[in-house]
Design a binder for this molecule. Sequence first.
Ligand SMILES: [Zn+2]
Length: 250
Amino acid sequence: MVLVAAGAIAGSLAAAAAYGIAARGSQLLSKSVYRGPGARKSIALTFDDGPSESTPILLDYLEKHGVAATFFECGMNARRLPSVAREVVAAGHQLGNHTWSHPHLLFKSPASISREFADTQHLLIAETGAEPVVLRPPYGLRSIGLRGVERKLDLLEVQWTVIGNDWKLPAAGISDRVLRRASPGGIVCLHDGRGVRVRPDVSSMLAAIREIVPALRDEGYTFETVSELLRPDAPLEAFGGRGRPRPYQE
Ligand SMILES: [Zn+2]
C-alpha cells in the first residue's frame, strides 16, 4: 500500500517534471527561442544529427540555390566525419551543438550533460575553427542541468517552429507539413543524420528539401542562419558561429 502510494507520487512528480521541463514555452529551467521576430519574410532551415555521409549531397543542393542554413551537429558524428563538418562551415553555414552522443537528457546528471556539450564544443572548434553559439538538446527535451551548460558555454538554446517529422514521413509528407506551417521568422527542424547512426538514410529529407526551398522562395521567403534570423538588424559576417550575437528572445 505504502509502496503503491509512493509509486503514484513518484509517477506524478515525474510527469510534472517532464511537463515543466519539456513543455513548449516553459522557462523554468532555461531560456530558449522558438522563432525569430519575423519582421521580414525570412526563415531558418536547421538540420540536426549530422554530419553524415549524406550531408555533402545536401550541401551541394543548398550551395546551388544560395541557401544558408544551420547545422546542429553531434560530436561523435563530427569526429567520424571531420572533413564533412569542415565543409559545412566552409560553405558558410552556421554550426550548432547537439551533444556528443545524442542521449535523452531528461534523466542525465548535470555533470554528464555538461560533458556531452563541452566535448562537442571543443571538438567542433578544433576541427572546424568555428565556435558554436547555439545548441539544441536531442528530441528538444529541456532538462535539469541544461541551463548551467548554456551559461557556462555561453550557448543559446534553439528549438523550432516547425518540425518536419522527416525520420518517418515520405518526402511529400515532409514538404507538405513544412510548407503548411511556414511563417516569417520561423525555424524549421529537419535532419541530415539519425542520432549517431553510421550511413543513415535521409533520402526522404533530401527529396523534400528540393520541394521546400523553391516553394518558400516562390512565396517570397529568404533563407537565413539562426543567428541572422534572431538578429536581423546585425547580420553576422561569418555564419560559422565565430560571431557572438546577442540574440533576440521572446
Ligand atoms: Zn537530434
